[in-house]
Design a protein around this ligand. Structure first.
Ligand code: MOS
Length: 748
């Protein structure tokens, strides 16, 4: 049992409005590229036109002659970096560069859009204008960027994903499993590359004061920016402060620390003025990673009764010349169904692209699509209801490690999701329902997302002032998830105070260290640290009161003391925190809290589960797909705030809709350049695309993952949506489309 802090009613779980909602919607919030500093200069990045080859010359004479131009930095004059840190996921609490390549150190071009020059001027407009006057010449070689160009040279990497995931995962013998099968289904699934489009493009403002650097950075982890820039520039961490008070979304593109914060710092040092470097929307497609184009091949073997005997899951994708990166699409497919034989393999090929990166539900968004579409085919083949097929293969243990789940709730997700959606009595035959021009179908899929492993301790600080207000602090930024709001609730319950008297302060490396909020780990790790700090402070104050001869609580047993609205009570005796502090001439009291995450080898599988249901209408003549409604039921452990959790999950489900039907970028095979690098051509779901989205939260208790049992809601909402929609399209039309996004052409 997890123990809840003593307050009535507890703040945790309540649908509190966002504490930063008002400044965000009234323009009061200042983002990293909006910090006004005196004497500011502006850096504009120039990206390579070619994807492969070298820069043979840059004539900057016209640009430097322009009024207001302060510097033109290229590979010829940009200082060399001190050190290239290795690529490690930022969750690890180390330096976390987005790739192990830093631009403008030599004349080689590895991908289109790679930074080849930085123009610094006294206004943003002059910097952009001067950038257009650069005369760049190239020696170009033929690029390799697409699956078709690279598949013949693929290799199986030792490890992927910053070293966290092996390139091959096996148990049993998949060939035996397939031989034992009565039924097999097999399919190749292809996925367009995806780009992140948070409303705030990435950007950094850099300001040197002597040899001390202040960075305002749009990041998921201020400490990750601090550590990465420290290593790249050879500046001690103690001389770098990173602030990210407001971050306007990310979806993973600000999870790793790409080149621009260090470039902004280098430019600022060069011109001796603060420098603002804001990426344009177009540069967002070439500067902060992407979800790679990929192909997956899934083979399932099953008995006539629908029990899996084998799962084979292979993936092929391009990576950069420097890093073995693939999002871990294979992995969850090894864990969530009982099955004796499994084989998962990643194949990579070197391409003229930047290193791909985290993108919302990194891996599972695509991997669970392939697996869950294959499960739907198997259900169809066997004549078993799709929900029933999942239940027949349900496992109470992690099928890969054999360890029990720390908590599950998956059966309840199927059951309650199906009930809310109205799944029962579905006619399984495809292409049977028609309403005018529209063919109607329904589909479902399992959702699963791992609770990511953490190694490093997470810290927070709680301070109570003698006036009865409290501030709780941790370094983490809030990049739109609502973490500042929910941590106010966690702090209030931990202290035994009302939320109105508690404030959460965050987004600053001067505050206690928290790893970057990545992989749905934010709510769990930050709540653990905040809870620890707040309860430590409460304990300190209780101990002080019972030991204080002047306190009405003197002599009481500390375990008998409960705290509500800042008043400590034991039996009939009580004293307010404020009275205790004032009587003792204490202006405040403070405690540091630390949470040490569970060791990686604990004997539990840690996974967040859900179930997705979708209804689509497909225009029989035009091939147009409309999603009419979606239901998602999720078991994310404890819900810290019913409103922000629902909002995260709904956003994830709508992202899944975009993945299914809209989001795609493509490489032009001849130039190696992205084709759809604007929001006019890279389509994301808008209100007109959005159907009714029904979100069901199923709270399950989990005393393994972290003190409050929080498994996170950042990614699970997206997982399985695209499969539920693709399965619904099959149900509507009888057509299996094994690619994403599903477009009109696929259904004509
Ligand atoms: Mo999330 S895609 O791990 O930032």
């Amino acid at each position: 049992m997890t123990t809840m802090p003593t307050t009535t009613p507890p703040a945790i779980g309540r649908p509190l409005d966002r504490v930063d909602g008002r400044p965000k919607v009234t323009g009061g919030a200042r983002y990293s590229a909006e910090i006004p500093l005196p004497d500011m200069a502006y850096a504009h990045v120039v990206g390579s036109r070619i994807a492969a080859g070298r820069v043979s010359g840059i004539d900057a004479s016209a640009a430097t002659a322009e009024e207001g131009v302060l510097a033109v930095l290229t590979h010829e004059n940009l200082p060399r970096i001190a050190e290239q840190p290795p690529l490690v996921p930022s969750l690890a609490g180390t330096a976390a560069p987005g790739q192990t390549y830093f631009p403008m150190q030599d004349d080689i071009v590895h991908y289109a859009g790679q930074q080849i020059a930085l123009v610094v001027a006294d206004t943003w407009e002059r910097a952009q204008h001067a950038a257009r006057l650069l005369r760049v010449s190239y020696e170009e070689t033929a690029p390799v960027t697409t699956l078709d160009q690279g598949r013949d040279r693929a290799y199986v990497p030792e490890r992927i994903f910053g070293g966290w995931i092996p390139g091959r995962i096996e148990r049993g013998d998949v060939e035996t499993g397939l031989r034992d099968a009565d039924v097999r289904v097999e399919g190749t699934y292809t996925y367009a590359a995806n780009n992140h489009n948070p409303i705030e493009p990435a950007g950094t403002t850099a300001h040197w004061d002597g040899d001390t650097l202040l960075l305002y950075d749009s990041t998921q982890g201020v400490n990750a920016t601090q550590m990465t820039v420290s290593r790249l520039l050879g500046v001690p961490m103690s001389r770098i402060r990173v602030i990210g008070h407001y971050v306007g979304g990310s979806f993973g593109c600000k999870a790793m620390i790409h080149a621009h914060p260090a470039l902004a710092a280098m430019a600022a040092r060069q011109v001796g003025r603060p420098v603002k470097l804001a990426l344009t929307r177009e540069q967002m497609f070439t500067s902060v990673g992407h979800r790679e184009e990929q192909e997956q091949h899934v083979t399932l073997g099953a008995t006539r009764e629908g029990r899996l005997t084998a799962v084979r899951h292979h993936k092929l994708s391009p990576t950069s010349h420097f890093d073995d990166w693939a999002e871990p699409s294979v992995g969850v497919s090894s864990q969530i169904y009982a099955c004796p034989h499994y084989e998962g393999v990643y194949r990579l090929f070197r391409a003229d692209t930047m290193t791909p990166t985290f993108m919302r539900a990194p891996g599972e968004a695509t991997g669970m699509h392939a697996l869950e579409c294959a499960m739907d085919e198997l259900a169809h083949e066997l004549g078993v209801d799709p929900v029933e097929l999942r239940l027949r293969n349900h496992t109470d243990v992690d099928a890969m490690s054999g360890f029990p789940w720390s908590s599950s709730g998956l059966r309840e997700c199927y059951e309650r999701g199906a009930r809310r959606f109205g799944w029962a009595g579905r006619d399984p035959r495809p292409a049977m329902r028609r309403e005018g021009d529209w063919l109607i179908g329904t589909g479902m899929a399992t959702a699963a997302y791992p609770v990511p492993p953490l190694a490093n301790p997470q810290r927070a600080r709680a301070r109570l002032y003698a006036d009865g207000t409290a501030v709780v602090q941790a370094a983490t930024p809030d990049f739109g998830t609502g973490v500042a709001t929910v941590m106010t609730q966690v702090a209030a319950d931990g202290l035994g105070m009302s939320v109105e008297r508690c404030r959460f302060e965050n987004g600053d490396t001067d505050l206690p260290n928290i790893a970057a909020a990545v992989g749905s780990a934010g709510a769990g790790m930050i709540s653990a640290a905040v809870h620890s700090a707040a309860t430590a402070l409460r304990g300190q104050l209780i101990n002080k009161a019972v030991a204080d001869a002047g306190s009405p609580l003197h002599g009481a047993d500390p375990v008998d003391v409960v705290v509500r609205d800042g008043v400590m009570t034991a039996g009939t005796a009580s004293e307010a925190y404020t009275d205790l502090l004032r009587r003792n001439f204490r202006p405040d009291a403070e405690a540091l809290g630390q949470w040490n995450p569970p060791a990686h080898d604990i004997p539990y599988g840690m996974m967040t589960f859900g179930a997705q249901f979708a209804e689509v209408a497909v225009d029989a003549e035009l091939g147009l797909v409309r999603v009419r409604r979606m239901t998602g039921a999720f078991a994310p452990g404890r819900v810290l705030n019913a409103k922000t959790a629902r909002s995260q999950l709904m956003g994830g489900m709508l992202w899944g809709l975009g993945q299914a039907l809209l989001e795609a970028n493509h490489m032009a095979p001849d130039t190696g350049r992205w084709v759809n690098s604007s929001l006019a051509e890279y389509l994301v779901a808008v209100n007109a695309d959005a159907p009714d989205v029904d979100v069901e939260l199923i709270e399950v208790e989990d005393d393994i993952v972290n003190p409050l049992g929080v498994k996170g809601v950042g990614e699970i909402g997206q997982v399985g949506v695209a499969a539920a929609i693709a399965n619904a399209v099959h149900h509507a039309t009888g057509r299996r489309v094994r690619k994403l996004p599903i477009t009109i052409e696929d259904l004509l």
